[in-house]
Design a binder for this molecule. Structure first.
Ligand code: FES
Length: 111
């Protein structure tokens, strides 16, 4: 079956904000953009910064440590496109925010 886990309530993540939640043995950051809710592992692939404490700008999460930006939908780092965050599928069920624990496979960039 699927492995979606309820990790938050919609009201926990106001529009334009990010927040990290415990999900089993990991932390997952959830982003509320104008396009909806997205999620990724909380740890930045650069040096492990806490993405859930970053700023959401449009469809981008900006890491609070060194300000690298990542597209929350594709996971691609805007500064270093060969880097990406591990994104997770999000499903809403009423007020509940559910996140699939198995990450979405990274897309291979061929620029
Ligand atoms: S740790 Fe995230 S940009 Fe450096």
């Amino acid at each position: 079956m699927d492995d979606f886990l309820e990790i938050a309530n919609i009201a926990d993540i106001p529009p334009g904000r990010a927040r990290a939640f415990d999900a089993g043995d990991r932390k997952i950051a959830v982003y509320h953009t104008a396009n909806g809710f997205y999620a990724s592992d909380n740890s930045c692939p650069h040096r492990g910064g806490p993405l859930g404490e970053g700023d959401v700008i449009g469809n981008e999460i900006v890491c609070p440590w060194h300000l690298w930006g990542f597209d929350v939908q594709t996971g691609v780092c805007l500064a270093v496109p060969s880097l990406h965050i591990q994104t997770h599928e999000v499903r809403l069920d009423g007020e509940r925010v559910l996140v699939r624990l198995t990450p979405v496979p990274a897309t291979t960039e061929s620029l």
